[in-house]
Design a protein around this ligand. Structure first.
Ligand code: KIV
Length: 270
């Protein structure tokens, strides 16, 4: 049996991540609890406690009903499991409607969890909020492109950057958010060419999800990439293992062994 040696042993900070731009692709996955955070820690550079937990953990239709209390609770759990990864807290819908509200909520995140940055969805219209948070010592990951918190107002999940005009709009968003002090830009659901233009134009790292292969890093939702979330599979999701199938097979074997009294056998009995 081999003893697992983590790939990364030291604490990853945002400045470590900033230095990776153009040098080495950044890896990020989501996690919502200590068990999985511990599995991912020491392997990926970053862990996002995404509000996607509202769907893949709580079984809701979209991310909109996630609350600050829930996000804090899950980020505390992730912080208990992850010691080296840089943890990002996803600000839930309605928690950053004004700069003041965003600041109060983000201060709570820094006080009550060990997240190193908060993520907010929005383009240049959110630049003032990003500025206020950065000026108050809170690192911000700005999330542009397809924004899941806009699913109801936009009537679905729509891929962005399909024409020159929209690429220009995404570029403007990225540049204004960078100027406002964003530490990183997460680009979701955009044509690869648009993400490439944005990545080249900014000095801060970009992390892509459904944004092609030119961003400075990639993020995937853990339950999607390991085949646990079966409700739907967007085109950009690659399943690295078939988690649900493995669990089902294990469960079937357990049931059959209990029913036949094959379990517990001698090895598993005091
Ligand atoms: O909530 C989340 O997991 C996210 C990712 C989709 C980037 O925001």
């Amino acid at each position: 049996m081999s003893i697992h040696t983590p790939r990364i042993e030291k604490k990853i900070t945002l400045s470590t991540i900033a230095k990776m731009k153009g040098v080495e692709p950044i890896t990020m996955v989501t996690a919502y609890d200590a068990l999985f955070a511990q599995l991912f820690d020491g392997e990926v550079e970053m862990i996002l406690v995404g509000d996607s937990l509202n769907m893949s953990f709580l079984g809701k239709e979209d991310t909109l009903s996630a609350t600050m209390d829930q996000m804090i609770y899950h980020t505390q759990a992730v912080g208990n499991g992850a010691k080296s990864a840089c943890i990002v807290f996803d600000m839930p819908f309605g928690s950053y409607t004004t700069a003041q509200r965003a600041l109060e909520n983000a201060v709570r995140v820094y006080r009550e969890t060990n997240a190193q940055a908060v993520k907010i969805e929005g383009g240049k219209e959110k630049a003032d909020i990003v500025r206020v948070l950065s000026e108050n010592g809170i690192a911000v990951v700005a999330h542009i492109g397809l924004m899941p918190q806009h699913v109801r107002s936009e009537g679905g999940y729509k891929v962005r950057g399909k024409d020159e005009e929209d690429i220009k709009a995404l570029l403007e968003d990225a540049l204004e958010l960078q100027a406002a002090g964003a530490a990183m830009i997460l680009v979701e659901g955009v044509k690869a060419e648009a993400a490439k233009v944005v990545t080249k134009a900014v000095k801060i790292p970009t992390i892509g999800i459904g944004a092609g292969n030119s961003t400075d890093g990639q993020v995937l939702v853990w339950s999607d990439m390991f085949g646990f979330f079966e409700a739907f599979k967007p085109k950009f999701v690659k399943r690295y293992c078939d988690g649900a199938k493995e669990v089902r097979e294990g469960l079937e074997q357990y049931i059959s062994e209990v029913k036949s009294r094959a379990f517990p056998d001698e090895e598993h009995t005091y």
